[in-house]
Design a protein around this ligand. Sequence first.
Ligand code: SAH
Ligand code: F3S
Length: 444
Amino acid sequence: MKAHKLYIRTFGCQMNEYDSDKVADLLRATRQLETTASVEDADVIVLNTCSVREKASEKVFSDLGRLRELKQEKPGLLIAVGGCVASQEGEQILKRAPWVDVVFGPQTLHRVPDLLTARERSGAPQVDIRFPEIEKFDHLPPPRKDGPAAFVSIMEGCSKYCSFCVVPYTRGEEFSRPLGDILAEVAALADEGVMEFTLLGQNVNAWRGELDDGSAADFADLLHWLADIPGVERLRFTTSHPLEFSQRLIDAFRSLSKLVGQVHLPVQSGSDRILAAMKRGYTTLEYKSIVRRLREARPGISISSDIIVGFPGEAEADFQATLKLVEDVDFDGSYVFVYSPRPGTPAAALPDTLDQAAKLARLQAVQALTDATAARTSAAMVGSVQRVLVTGHARKDGSELCGRCDNNRVVNFAGPASLIGRYADVEISGALPHSLRGRWRAAE
Ligand code: SAH
Ligand code: F3S
C-alpha cells in the first residue's frame, strides 16, 4: 500500500518549528504518515501559523483558499490549521474556510491525531484551542535523534505582556516544564549521540523548577545540571529576556565552558520612554549593565537582539537613541522589525502617527547598522580557530562540509564526510555576509 503523506507548512518562530516537528512525530507514530515537500501528494495538510507580525492571518486565509481546490479534487484530504492564528481565530477559521477539518492551538498539538480521528468518525470539523498547560508534553512520543544537534522545549508561553505582543494571548501564560522531564529528555538524546542542545522558550530565563525536597531551582541551576549530563558538549538557549537575567545566569557564562558564547537578548528600543510604553520592565542603562557584566564573564561573547522601529509615539529622538544603543552595544547581528499593531494588544489602541515610508527608512537605517556591526565581528574571526559542529554538506557546493561555530555562524570548508556529526577545528579564512569560509585542521 502506498504510504500516506503529510505536508506541513510552518510560519514564524523556532517554537513553531519545534511544534511542527512534534506534530510530524505524532502523525508518524499514530497514522504512519511520512512527510512530503509536495502539497499535491499530501493526504494530510497542516498549516502551523504565526501572528506575531505582518498580516499573517490574511496570508493563512489566502493559502486556505488555494487548498480548497485541492480538497475538491481529493475529498479524503484532511486539512488542519494550528499555531497562533488558529489560537486567536478559533471557530472563525471554520466560518471563513469551512473546508478546514481541524483547528488546534500551540498547547493542544498533542491532540491532533485524536482530533483528526474525531473528524473522520463524526463528519464534523473539530476545534480545540485550549491551554491545558503541561498536558502537551506528557502526550508526545519520545524524542528522536535527528543529527548531532537537538532542540528541547523547557517552557511554554509568556507572562510579560509587552504592550505590542500577542504571544501571551496566543500561547498562554508562562509554564515551566518539570525539571525531571527536561533532564530525562536531554539524557535520552545524549545517550543516542546528540551533543549540542538548544533550550527553547519565549523567555527561557523565566524557567523555574522544583527539587524533590520542595526547594526552588532557576534557569542557572538547570544549565549546571544539563552541563553535567554525560555526552552533552554544548548548550545554547533562545530566547532570553533582560528581566530575570540574573547575576547567577551571567556567572554561568564564566563557570560553564559548555555554554556557548552567544546570547540573543531582545532590547526592542534604545529609548527609555518607548521601553516604558512597551512595558518591557527595564531601562537602557539596565540593559547595558547586563551586556557589560556578560562581557566581563565571557570575553568576546556574541550578543544579538530584536529591535522594533515605529512603535506608536516613537519620535526622531527616540529613534536616534536606538541607533546609539545599537552602536554602543556593538550587537553581533539583529532582527529589526517595523511595528505592526496586533489586534487585542494594548498598543493597538495607541495612535499610530508615523507613515509607512518613514518607518521603512528607520528599519533600513537600523538594519544597515546591525549588519555593519555583525560584519565587524565576522571579519574579526578571520584567522581564529573555531570548534565547529559539522552538520552536513555545504548547501551551495555539496563536495564541501558545513558546520556551526560557537556564535552560531555557518562555516563552509573542505573536509572528509566522516567529520559529519562530529566537532572539528576549523581555521576561519574568510568572512562573507551570511557565512564564513574555513580550513579544516586535521588533528596532528
Ligand atoms: N520572547 C520572544 C518574543 C517573540 S516575538 C522570542 O524572542 O521568541 C519575536 C520578536 O518579534 C520580538 O522580540 C519583537 O521584536 C517582534 N515583535 C513582536 N510583536 C511585534 C509587533 N507587534 N510588531 C513588530 N514586531 C513585533
Ligand atoms: Fe512577547 Fe514580550 Fe513575551 S515580546 S513573547 S510579551 S517578552
